[in-house]
Design a binder for this molecule. Structure first.
Ligand code: NAD
Length: 490
């Protein structure tokens, strides 16, 4: 059990309905600080009436907002970007407090969120349709992109600013209205995001905020006024969201979990490869959907690579994200910590060589939810630790004889989010890129996160839907096309 509530007054977390902060009358859950295990806030679950009111506010705001000139819509986003920058310090500290990641990691993810807004400000050109004159004699044809209506965003705990900003800026730039349901573990950052959007001049009802978990999500998925659903989270829930929303006639994009591989060839440059894998595997305490979880060591590189990774992990400062010296913070919850420790025990039962045991680190014995960097060597590619998403600071090393065998290991994964190769050979990198079963590929890059104008292209069980988040796919997801065929009398 997390530490029980102390005498410290718990922070308050409102809903946002029709442009106003609302005190929910629903039961509350307690939010804990992952670095200390202390209770910090009370989070409302949101009543059915409040959820319905949020959807209705979005529904009422849609006719006017969708007819507001696109440049005017984008002007609010330009102002919003400025306001976020002006409040960056507060937001970054809030990400660290709620999620646990280090200040530097929070700053990096905040910057990625800003880039999504900047991309969304291109809506006037991104929404342009196509025209062909004289599709028949005296007949012209053209297409336009039109907002779809009320859109819903359901987001995970691991990027409290970045993932919501993947969604609502583009949705509202395209003329939609929005209901955001952030992770129940990091909801107060979302409150600040919504407050600042209204400060930037968003009309009432264009962006609404509700809290809670399954029951809130189910109410949103069942509501006929909701036309589109964007989801980011674990694969089992992504699949459920996809199936339920689609059954209810909504368009849906559902981004799921991952098990990402980094393949290291014998010719890789050791120092930069180790730095990249350390950043990818242990950055954000391994709680990134693009984190390297499996290192596939090819041939003779395995021994020196494991040695260097262990050395680097020994030197990693693990501690509260708000402390300047910390290089890795806690995981999100006591439950997450237990799950990760269970996987390390499972690895031992499955016969791995425990090259580094993060359970023994001093931080892992304190009251926060810390697990030190852990490296499992000689992992069997068919074992559960090799195949299942652990979502914590645990690297599994699989040893293979050549690139073909490495590609074979990756092809058997049920996930297909990201994969990286580390090599100096252009030919090997090309072979990897053209044959790897993953949607986002890194060449000597540990976290191959596409910048906002490319789409976030997970494959297999890492994505359910047709149109991905970000990039042109996002513009297509948040608009529907109208094709006009026109003849004027002579
Ligand atoms: P999660 O699936 O537990 O929760 C995601 C959202 O769904 C939250 O808002 C949560 O409140 C809600 N939810 C929880 N249980 C639900 C239920 N039974 N029915 C309906 N909704 C429910 O995910 P998380 O733990 O917050 O985030 C970590 C997961 O997200 C990891 O699997 C990670 O790989 C994945 N992720 C994927 C991407 C991507 O781009 N593919 C990005 C970030 C995180």
């Amino acid at each position: 059990m997390p530490n029980s509530a102390t005498s410290v007054e718990l922070k308050f977390c409102p809903l946002f309905i029709n442009g106003r902060a609302v005190v929910s009358s629903s039961p509350k859950d307690v939010q804990y600080n992952p670095a200390t295990g202390e209770a910090v806030a009370e989070i409302p679950r949101t009543t059915a009436e409040e959820i319905s009111a949020a959807v209705e506010a979005a529904n009422q705001a849609f006719p006017l907002w969708s007819k507001t000139p696109v440049l005017q819509r984008c002007r609010v986003l330009f102002k919003y970007r400025e306001l976020l920058e002006a409040n960056a310090g507060e937001l970054i500290a809030l990400i660290t407090e709620e999620n646990g990641k280090t200040i530097e990691e929070a700053r990096g993810s905040f910057q990625r969120g800003i880039e999504s807004i900047e991309f969304s400000c291109g809506a006037p050109t991104l929404m342009m349709g196509e025209t062909v004159d004289q599709v028949g004699t005296g007949v012209d044809g053209w297409s336009t992109r039109n907002p779809v209506g009320v859109c819903v965003g359901i987001t995970p705990f691991n990027f409290p600013v970045m993932v919501p900003l993947w969604m609502f800026p583009m949705a509202i730039a395209c003329g939609n209205t929005f209901v955001l349901k952030p992770s129940d573990k990091v909801p107060r950052t979302a409150v600040r995001l919504v407050e600042l959007a209204y400060e930037a001049g968003l009309p009432a009802g264009v962006l609404n905020l509700v809290h809670g978990a399954k029951s809130t999500v189910d109410a949103l998925l069942a509501d006929p006024r909701v036309k589109a659903v964007s989801f980011v989270g674990s694969s089992a829930i992504a699949r459920y969201i996809y199936q339920t929303a689609a059954n209810n006639g909504k368009r849906v994009q559902a981004l799921g979990g991952a098990k990402n591989h980094s393949v290291v060839l014998p010719d890789a440059e050791m120092k930069s490869t180790v730095a990249a894998i350390m950043g990818s595997g242990f950055g954000c305490a391994g709680e990134r959907c693009l984190a390297t979880s499996v290192v596939v060591a090819v041939g003779e590189v395995a021994d020196p690579l494991v040695k260097e990774l262990v050395r680097a992990a020994d030197n990693l400062n693990v501690g509260a994200g708000c402390e300047a010296r910390s290089q890795m913070g806690p995981v999100i919850s006591e439950e997450a910590k237990k799950r990760i420790l269970t996987y390390i025990e499972l690895g031992e039962k499955e016969g791995v060589t425990l090259a580094r045991d993060g359970r023994k680190d001093a931080a892992a014995k304190g009251s926060g939810y810390f697990v030190g960097p852990t490296i499992l060597d000689r992992v069997n590619p068919n074992s559960r630790v090799a195949k299942e998403e652990i979502f914590g600071p645990v690297l599994s090393v699989i040893r293979v004889k050549d690139l073909k065998e490495a590609l074979d290991v990756i092809s058997k994964s049920e996930y297909g989010n990201a994969a990286s190769v580390f090599t100096r050979s252009g030919g090997a990198a090309r072979e990897f890129t053209q044959n790897v079963g993953a949607g986002m590929v890194g060449i000597n890059v540990g976290v191959p996160a596409p910048v906002a104008f490319f789409s976030f292209t997970g494959w297999k069980n890492s994505f359910f839907g047709d149109l991905h988040a970000l990039g042109k796919d996002a513009v297509h997801f948040y608009t529907e096309q109208r094709v006009v065929t026109c003849r004027w009398p002579e």
